[in-house]
Design a protein around this ligand. Sequence first.
Ligand code: NAD
Ligand code: ZN
Length: 401
Amino acid sequence: EPEVVKVSILNEESIILGFHLTKFMLRDILSNIPSSTYVVITDKNIAPIYLSKIITDFEKVASKLNLINTTKLRLITYIISPGEQSKSRDTKAEIEDFLLSKACGRDTCILAMGGGVIGDLAGFVAATFMRGVPYVQIPTTLLAMVDSSIGGKTAVDTPHGKNLIGSFWQPKRIYIDLMFLETLPEREFNNGMAEVIKTAAISSESDFINLENGVSSIREAVFSSPKRNVQYQGAILATRTPSQSLLLSVIMTSAKFKADVVTHDERESGLRGLLNFGHTIGHAIEAILSPELLHGECVSIGMIKEAEIARHLGHLNQVSVSRLYKVLQDYDLPVSLDEKKVKDLVGKKFCAVDKLMEIMKVDKKNQGDQKKIVILSSLGSTYEKKATIVSDSVIRKILSP
Ligand code: NAD
Ligand code: ZN
């Protein structure tokens, strides 16, 4: 039995965290989400590393539970191309046609194993297949672990914009298995850390201090793991190191804050808007610089700009802005559109202030024409328990060079 940590969301203990959870997870799923067909939906990067273990463990666990001969139980898999382009209506239809060709019915359970692309897409498939079937989130990126797998927002993109077609559909379980981080590219890890830092900045000074003090330990937990070493022979760590315990607690705390916000505000009215710290400006930057810059990288720059707005308005002091700046840099995240790393990635693209203002104007989270920004009052707390309306002139002033 692996040691697991449970977090509740919407009054159920459905978020489960730990290391090497595959067997535990399959035992739980087969016992508590009884279905005849389980469908793993994953992508071409993840499948070659993790799919065979899921398949062999499924056979083992099913036979231990005496499920093999008594039911017409099966596990099938569907593998899509990685990347945001797959989060489309076309890919959704392809998956649905696959499920129908395999005679999947209402007693189908979907296992979404991947980053946010897989989670949002497979979750949306689950939401509408046979008017809705149960699904489980198995996040494999840090961003998916602390953000996209939690909250039940599912969607696909359209040429008119991201996430425009979707629904709220809660997963039965969210298994946050930190083992997956062993193979996650470093840039993707940093991308997820932007959301972790964001959550600490709006919710808890002590969590923020843990991130400031934990830089080397947290990075060691992820980047010195055996799988990153070519000599790795498949051995698993019997005991947790102190740095792994820190990593687990940091991810748990971040996931728990999102889960608590969702529990109090499932359909996104006020409170859930706090999670948008750094995102009003970050999204506008992302609209221009994606895909060269990742979401978390844009949010990192957005957090600095929005913290500068809070300072300009007299709600946040300069020391706090500087600490935010330093912690983002320590986790290798960009803090300005002018830095070389950003320029090298985006080439000729640039973010004109007028263009950023124009994009923010049509942001669906705004109230009419008024732009809303989460204003920090210190590291760990916000000026209001929701985003604050900020005038165009203030935003323009901070964005201007
Ligand atoms: P992603 O799903 O594109 O994954 C990033 C890359 O990492 C992919 O190439 C993937 O194949 C690879 N990968 C994933 N796990 C791996 C692993 N363990 N080892 C090696 N490679 C691995 O990106 P993401 O950042 O996880 O998710 C972004 C998506 O999440 C966006 O579509 C965004 O809209 C969505 N999102 C949704 C919510 C929500 O509430 N539903 C919240 C935030 C973001
Ligand atoms: Zn985000």
